[in-house]
Design a protein around this ligand. Structure first.
Ligand SMILES: *Cc1c(COP(=O)(O)O)cnc(C)c1O
Length: 372
């Protein structure tokens, strides 16, 4: 069996070891220390957002973002249905109700028209949603102009789930820097990784200070342990922040590699009934994962299974949350797009460490399968 090609494997170099070594030699192994502070500064510098709070995961960042927006039991929170479950789970941690909204065709992210329809409908049913979680899926920015103007009109804050889109921009602004709060993830499969980690960012300093406070067990500033509210153990460790510091130095290279993968696939396999998501004018995607859409579920499965037979991992696009057994009872506002993408779409291996032989191997198998 030939070597396994993964969908998106971690890509670590030498420079990470320097910062991790520093953590060891200075004995800063605790979940605070110079790497954490500096990694926050690195992200601020890279994205142009004003403040940051380094956390143990993207999921914990979404959880804290919802707490900061005042979300409580029985509140409603709007979220994209076409996403990973981690966008929605934190709404449930708080006992609030997810309201699931479908995608638009030119970005696959939350449809602004349906967003407004859902807000009007929720208000008419007696409850105004407390927050909107929008996702920049697979690295493609959402339609922020329209979404932010709806957020302004109804005075409902936007949380940007930019877990998959670090480095992507919309009209030159970084995803994660445009809403009330932005969230990044450094999980092992993301464009850069700390093996596990996340960050909450905002242009409002109070949110980031409060996030760090809640993430360190909400400990007050006393010589003894004093607590006035429920806290969490959500802070990023100083060792892992060291990996992050090394990774951010190569983030632009990682984006370039992933975008090159995307262009390679496009050049070789479009025109065979396979389509790709274009970048609308003013949108820059980090192309975290390259996704293809085939003409039918049958074609999609044929490609997936022939790749798997050759020890190559690929994966159907996200199964929409309104189809998930755990979330299907919640209200949803749909247009059929996310269901169609789930049926016919496939994520191809997209790691920044794929080499040209890997990519040729993948493309050959796909072409053989669709020409059968
Ligand atoms: C990965 C991911 C998350 C969660 O991030 P973790 O760091 O794994 O907790 C949230 N939302 C989306 C869209 C993701 O892809």
């Amino acid at each position: 069996m030939r070597k396994r090609i993964w969908l998106s494997s971690p890509h670590i170099g030498e420079q990470e070891q320097k910062y991790v070594q520093e953590a060891f030699s200075s004995n800063w192994i605790a979940p605070l220390g110079p790497n954490v502070d500096n990694f926050e500064k690195d992200i601020i510098k890279y994205t142009g957002v004003k403040f940051a709070s380094a956390l143990s995961s993207g999921t914990s960042a979404i959880h804290l973002a919802l707490i900061l927006m005042g979300v409580k039991r029985h509140d409603e929170v709007i979220c994209s249905t076409f996403t990973f479950s981690a966008s929605v789970n934190p709404i449930c941690y708080l006992g609030a109700t997810p309201i699931l909204v479908d995608s638009e065709s030119n970005t696959w992210n939350m449809c602004p028209y349906l967003l407004e329809e859902s807000i009007k409908d929720r208000i008419s049913k007696g409850k105004k949603p407390k927050a909107i979680i929008i996702v920049h899926l697979y690295g493609m920015p959402a339609n922020m102009n329209k979404i932010l103007s709806i957020s302004d009109k109804y005075n409902i804050p936007v949380i940007e789930d930019a877990a998959e889109s670090l480095g992507s921009t919309y009209n030159k602004k970084h995803t994660g820097s445009m809403g009330e709060i932005g969230v990044y993830s450094f999980n092992g499969n993301k464009i850069i990784t700390t093996s596990g980690g996340g960050m909450l960012v905002s242009n409002n300093e109070d949110y980031c200070k409060k996030s760090t406070h809640l993430a360190t067990q909400a400990r007050e500033n006393y010589p003894h342990y004093e607590h006035k509210e429920v806290g969490y153990n959500y802070r990023m460790s100083n060792v892992l922040a060291g990996i992050g510091r090394g990774q951010i130095e190569v983030l632009n290279q990682r984006i370039e590699s992933r975008r090159n993968n995307h262009e390679f696939y496009r050049k070789k396999i479009s025109e065979y009934g396979i389509s790709f998501l274009d970048e609308p004018l003013g949108y820059f995607s980090n192309r975290w994962l390259t996704c293809i859409v085939t003409n039918s579920f049958k074609d999609r499965e044929a490609i997936r299974l022939s790749l798997e037979e050759q020890n190559i991992e690929s994966r159907p696009l996200w199964k929409p949350m309104h189809l998930q057994p755990i979330f299907k009872k919640h209200p949803s506002y749909l247009n059929g797009l996310s269901e169609k993408l789930f049926q016919n779409g496939l994520c191809l291996p997209s790691g920044s460490n794929l080499n040209i032989e890997d990519k040729n191997r993948i493309v050959d198998i796909i072409l053989k399968t669709i020409n059968k």
